[in-house]
Design a protein around this ligand. Structure first.
Ligand code: PDD
Length: 277
């Protein structure tokens, strides 16, 4: 049986009791992180905990744990589940209280975490994916990783209904990110991605990809780019904890790089594989 971490205790999945009055459940009033585990180790753990803290500040949610305490709990969770390769999901809701939009005066945040055994997305990374573009209808604090994922859910489903693997989102023609990953393009040898502002999640994998590109002396630009630039890109790919670096080989039915992953994408995939060992 799978061991969960809930309300500061480790217990089997069957024994986890979620209150009907948990604000995460009632309002989506909470935050989360998804970590990758490679070789039994949490990948880029510090970056995830830093972002969790920024999300908490954004929601005015006072965390009763220090990063070290959370880190230790997640490590123990990985060990108790003997997880070698997979993900850790951690969510923190504002707590449990009678339903009222106002913050409860004395509710303690409730954390829930579990692991999932899942391999790397080798096929998509190898062959690339098709995407469709959709208007980004989310709010203006996409840098907070909140439990409110309805717009992301609708976008991903719309993509699937249209036979694509994911949706790339845009605000009036400016590409932001995808439903659950960041988007990068390559034009004339330069790697271009949306700046880390309030309109995108500041992806941990995005930061790793930029770091690897700079180390490889690939020019990088953190600037906005348009849908037309995406259509005309030499290469395009998404970055994320679950997708790693996955090539985009078609956008709205138009091929990118003749439908094949490009050389800079391949280079970054190799560098990434070297980092995760
Ligand atoms: N999603 N943008 C959005 C909207 C995301 O939800 C995610 C991650 C990313 C990539 O961030 P990172 O590289 O830190 O994983 C970008 C997670 C994996 C999820 O919701 O499942």
């Amino acid at each position: 049986t799978s061991i969960y971490w809930h309300d500061n205790a480790f217990l089997p999945e069957e024994e986890v009791r979620i209150s009907p009055h948990d604000r995460g459940y009632n309002f989506g009033d909470g935050i989360y992180e998804v970590f990758r585990v490679y070789g039994g180790e949490l990948f880029e753990a510090e970056a995830h905990f830093e972002r969790l803290r920024l999300s908490a500040e954004g929601l005015k949610l006072a965390l009763p744990w220090e990063n070290d305490g959370l880190h230790a709990a997640m490590k123990e969770l990985v060990e108790r589940n003997a997880l070698a390769e997979g993900t850790v999901y951690l969510q923190i809701s504002r707590g449990t209280a009678p339903r009222n939009h106002l913050f409860p005066a004395d509710a303690a945040p409730v954390a829930l975490a579990y692991t999932r055994e899942v391999g790397r997305p080798v096929q998509a990374m190898d062959q690339g994916i098709s995407v469709v573009t959709l208007e980004d209808i989310r709010w203006l604090h996409c840098n907070y990783k909140t439990l409110n994922l309805l717009a992301n859910v609708l976008a991903k489903q719309e993509a699937a209904d249209r036979g694509a693997a994911d949706a790339v989102l845009h605000r009036s023609g400016i590409v932001t990110e995808s439903s659950a990953s960041n988007v990068m393009i390559v034009k004339n040898g330069t790697l271009i991605t949306h700046p880390a502002d309030n309109l995108i999640l500041h992806g941990v994998t995005r930061a790793v990809a930029l770091r690897l590109a700079r180390a490889a002396e690939i020019p990088t630009e953190e600037r906005t780019f348009t849908l037309d630039e995406l259509y005309a890109a030499d290469e395009a790919f998404v970055t994320g904890t679950t997708v790693e670096i996955t090539p985009i080989v078609a956008v709205d039915g138009r091929e990118v790089n003749d439908g094949k992953p490009g050389p800079i994408t391949r280079r970054l995939q190799r560098e990434f594989a070297a980092v995760i060992g």
